[in-house]
Write a protein that binds this ligand. Structure first.
Ligand SMILES: Cc1ncc(COP(=O)(O)O)c(C=O)c1O
Length: 386
């Protein structure tokens, strides 16, 4: 079944069977050996330097082209004159709003300037005495990289053939040295999901052994995100840390706000070392408070993202590409030229994308922009690999 699924997405691509066999040859043995300095299956490739072309479509950082919400913008403008004050009371207000929505207490919430900050602080707090962190590969690497930088090792568990987390493999890789498990659901850079109920059972079964960090940066692009979230496990007392961000569906990436939800003891284990709200701007806090209440804006972004994805998917299929089905605000697909040639051509046409090498195969990850931007992307793609 899992095999069929991978074949299904590759069947219309020019890569064919060669790519299937390459992608199936995942270095499973690396996952279980502590001594191997594991190198990720996916490498984010640097974009060509010195290309001073005006950007017509910025589709390289999974930003939301429709944000921030007009209400958030107004709140930010109104708060500029309060810039002489620390934002402690606004931070507390936002924490209380989040706590109410997530069904937890304010003491279960930690804010940060973006969820990157929270991923890094958690990694520092929990991995600074060594041990290992277990996560899927390919996946988002902020937490893993920081954990490695402070002395932990990484046990990487390749994704299954249908691009979901190998939860059994992750459980088997955990040992008495495991300080943290990281699950990114939906996953970046693959855009794929892991069955939400399976993730919840995994958390319940394994959180007694080590804290499980579930990064839900893209969850709100799905319908009924609250049902899919692992956040309820925190209220039940499980040692699960759920991170969310205002950078994606709220369209506030440059304003830097994110939060995590965890047991009071787990939050304290991080805030004993670093402060939760000191890195936050009053303007961003006011914007986040307004955006959090702007449900109509969120629903509109979800719907516009879906339209851009449907359009892009259809268009790239007609050009012979096949993306991994996306549950996020971006999609990734294997390309037919070298990553360098591809990126140079796209950038020369004013289209920013992100390139990955996954097991030596170049892939293009494109963020969903406005319909106009997606049209630019498709036009540039036709020229690039036409
Ligand atoms: C999976 C995932 N987690 C976290 C982040 C970090 O986002 P931020 O620090 O802007 O909240 C990103 C950004 O792309 C992401 O893709």
């Amino acid at each position: 079944m899992k095999n069929l699924s991978r074949r299904a997405w590759l069947k219309t691509s020019a890569l064919g069977i060669g790519a299937i066999s390459t992608l199936s040859k995942l270095p499973l043995q690396a996952a279980s050996s502590k001594s191997i300095d594991y190198v990720s299956l996916a490498r984010e490739l640097p974009l060509p330097a010195n290309m001073q072309v005006p950007m017509r479509a910025r589709l390289l950082a999974n930003e939301n082209p429709f944000g921030p919400s007009p209400k958030a913008q107004q709140a930010i403008m109104d708060s500029i004159s309060q810039g002489n004050r620390y934002g402690h009371s606004d931070a507390q207000y936002l924490i209380e709003m989040i706590a109410e929505k997530e069904g937890v207490k304010p003491a279960n919430i930690m804010l940060g300037p973006g969820s990157t900050d929270l991923l890094e602080k958690t990694a520092i707090a929990l991995c600074r005495h060594g041990g290992n962190v277990v996560s899927a590969d390919p996946s988002y690497l902020s937490l893993v990289n920081t954990a490695k930088a402070v002395g932990a090792t990484w046990k990487a568990v390749p994704l299954t053939l249908d691009q979901s987390h190998d939860l059994d493999g992750i459980a088997q890789s955990m040992d008495k040295e495991t300080k943290l498990v990281y699950i990114c659901n939906p996953n970046n850079p693959m855009g794929s999901i892991t069955n939400f109920e399976a993730v919840k059972s995994f958390c319940k079964n394994n959180a007694p052994k080590a804290p499980i960090f579930v990064d839900e940066a893209y969850l709100e692009f799905l319908d009924n995100p609250q049902e899919k979230s692992a956040v309820n496990l925190v209220a039940e007392g499980h040692d699960v840390i759920v991170a969310r961000t205002f950078s994606k569906i709220h369209g506030m990436a440059g304003l830097r706000i994110g939060y995590m939800v965890a047991t009071e003891a787990r939050i304290k284990s991080v805030t004993d070392m670093v402060r939760s709200t000191m890195g936050l701007c009053i303007t961003s806090l006011k914007g986040a408070i307004a955006s959090f209440q702007d449900e109509a804006f969120i629903a509109e972004c979800r719907s516009l993202n879906k339209s851009s994805k449907e359009f892009t998917s259809e268009q790239i299929h007609s050009l012979g590409y096949q993306e991994i089905p996306s549950h996020t605000s971006f999609m990734i697909f294997p390309i037919r030229t070298s990553a360098d040639t591809f990126a140079k051509s796209m950038l020369a046409q004013g289209v920013g994308i992100r390139m990955y090498a996954i097991e030596n195969q170049p892939w293009c990850r494109v963020s969903m922009g406005t319909m106009e931007e997606m049209n630019y992307f498709i036009d540039a793609l036709k020229v690039t690999e036409g």
